[in-house]
Design a protein around this ligand. Structure first.
Ligand code: MSP
Length: 481
């Protein structure tokens, strides 16, 4: 029987600077889901990548005297090193500048939109925000500048190709209302439905080549290049073979989850479904929309200067501390504030004094009381995750409430702690060593169960706990650097 597939994507990141906590958040959430689905036995394809044909990148390169390719190659080294430092198990990293992987599909998709009669040329004048890579209106401005990026938009008058987005207003609404395209949470679904109520406007889908010669040329028009969002959204299908490998494409499409931040909802829940329908392709199944990581109550952004560099936290506390904080302390569907103080507090209570302390106490007793157990009989990670009693854990995963899934595990940690307090095997051992050994064996088994449920969330610590149990040694968890 063919293995069931699970295709999950992150947005592709603008490589115009280093990744911050907000970016680390998106990829960590995806990684936890990807690992969970693999543990269930699915054939997972986890895609991430970089969105390179943006004027922002070209300008950032120019500032340091580099061409876009040279500039981006350097930045991507940082992306990859961050990914590997937090154990991001992606299967593919797509670059929109990749002429073999991405361009054929992006061009094929454009041609489909043309064939559907959905592309037309029009003169247009408007305000363009390079930060958003989108046209914005006067009413979006605060004191003449875009409030998200703190810069004035550019006044643009161009003859571009337009995509007939307006034509798809009703069709997109029907797909969302019927749940064929699920948008979670409900608040974001309602947000997009209210936008659809006003009707979608056609959207400029190309720019003059003079504005961004580095982008993908529009077929049959050397004067125009594709608009960066048209190009970028296509990555979700080009990466797996659209336009070059039909079998590969059909194997994974439609995507199970597109995971995005709430700031790019409109592009994913309106533009993208419309483009897919125009091209006659099935829609993704679910769009999971997470909140923003804030710092001192404000969206973390370079402009505001409140960016926390994940590498600093990684260096001091280690990878699982970062994963833990993002998974458990932030609710995926709301904004979550990160400060060094809250991070430190969570680290101390849940990791050092929580999981770390529990593991070392249990293993200490198992070793010194010479407790015997058969490590092979402890049960696989998959078996544990699938067991009936952990249905609530799986339900949290299914609704993308990863903080609840992590909370479930920490509840078991607290219960196991409490069990040690009530059963007091350290006192019992002095009176009845055999009975104390039976108690500790039970504790080891429960610790093993916890480590299995931790596997998708904190893979490194989960493996360390399991190795400690199998080899009957005291592990070193969460040492501070
Ligand atoms: N390149 C586009 C996405 C194209 S997808 C076809 C883009 N890139 S981005 O680098 O600006 O953002 C990528 C992702 O990071 C988005 O989901 C965005 O929501 C997320 N975040 C950026 N800053 C963030 C926070 N402060 N907090 C949480 N996520 C944030 O948009």
């Amino acid at each position: 029987m063919e293995r069931k597939t699970f295709y999950i994507t992150t947005p592709i990141f603008y490589p115009n600077g280093e990744l911050h906590m907000g970016h680390a958040y998106t990829v960590t959430l995806c990684d936890i889901v990807a690992r969970y689905q693999r543990l269930l036995g699915k054939e997972v394809h986890f895609l991430t990548g970089s969105d390179e044909h943006t004027v922002k990148v070209v300008r950032a390169g120019e500032k340091v005297g580099k061409g876009p390719k040279e500039y981006i190659d350097g930045i991507l080294e940082n992306f990859r090193s961050l990914y590997s430092s937090i154990d991001i198990s992606y299967d593919q990293f797509i670059r929109t500048s990749d002429k073999e992987t991405h361009w054929p599909g992006a061009i094929a998709l454009w041609n489909k939109l043309v064939e559907a009669g959905d592309i037309y040329k029009k003169k247009y004048a408007g305000l363009y925000c390079v930060g958003h890579e989108a046209f914005i209106t006067e009413k979006d401005l605060v004191n003449g500048v875009c409030p998200d990026h703190g810069v004035a938009p550019e006044n643009i008058e161009e003859e571009n190709y337009f995509f007939k987005l307006s034509k798809y207003t009703d069709a997109v609404r029907t797909k969302i209302e019927s749940g064929e395209l699920t948008i979670l949470p409900e608040t974001r679904k309602n947000e997009i439905l209210s936008l659809l109520k006003d009707g979608l406007q056609d959207v400029s889908f190309s720019r003059p080549v003079s504005k961004n010669s580095w982008a993908i040329p529009v077929p049959n028009d050397p004067e125009q290049v594709m608009y960066v969002w048209c190009d970028a959204l296509a990555n979700y299908i080009t990466a797996i073979g659209y336009g070059r490998d039909e079998k590969g494409f059909n194997h994974f499409w439609p995507a199970d989850y597109h995971v995005i931040g709430k700031d790019i909802l409109r592009f994913h829940a309106a533009f993208w479904p419309a483009m897919l329908m125009s091209a006659g392709l099935p829609l993704p199944k679910k769009i999971m929309v997470h909140g923003m990581i804030t710092s001192q109550g404000k969206k973390m952004s370079k402009t505001l200067g409140n960016v926390i560099n994940p590498l600093d936290l990684l260096h001091k506390y280690g990878k699982d501390a970062l994963r833990f904080f993002l998974a458990k302390e932030v609710s995926p569907f709301e904004d979550g504030d990160v400060t060094v103080e809250t991070f430190e507090a969570a680290y101390n209570s849940a990791l050092t004094n929580g999981l770390g302390n529990l593991t070392s106490r249990i293993m200490q007793m198992a070793i010194s009381y010479e407790v015997t157990y058969d490590a092979k009989a402890l049960g696989s990670v998959q078996h544990t995750i699938l067991s009936e009693k952990h249905a609530a854990y799986r339900a949290s995963f299914d609704s993308f409430r990863l903080n609840e899934a992590a909370g479930y595990v920490w509840k078991l940690i607290a219960e196991l702690d409490a069990e040690i307090q009530t059963k007091e095997p350290f006192k019992l051992f002095k009176i009845n060593p055999d009975e104390a050994r039976v108690v500790v064996k039970g504790l080891v088994e429960k610790l093993w169960e916890i480590s299995c449920l931790l596997a998708p969330i904190l893979p490194d610590s989960s493996a360390k706990v399991q190795l400690a149990i199998v080899n009957k040694v005291k592990p070193t968890l969460f040492p501070r650097k």
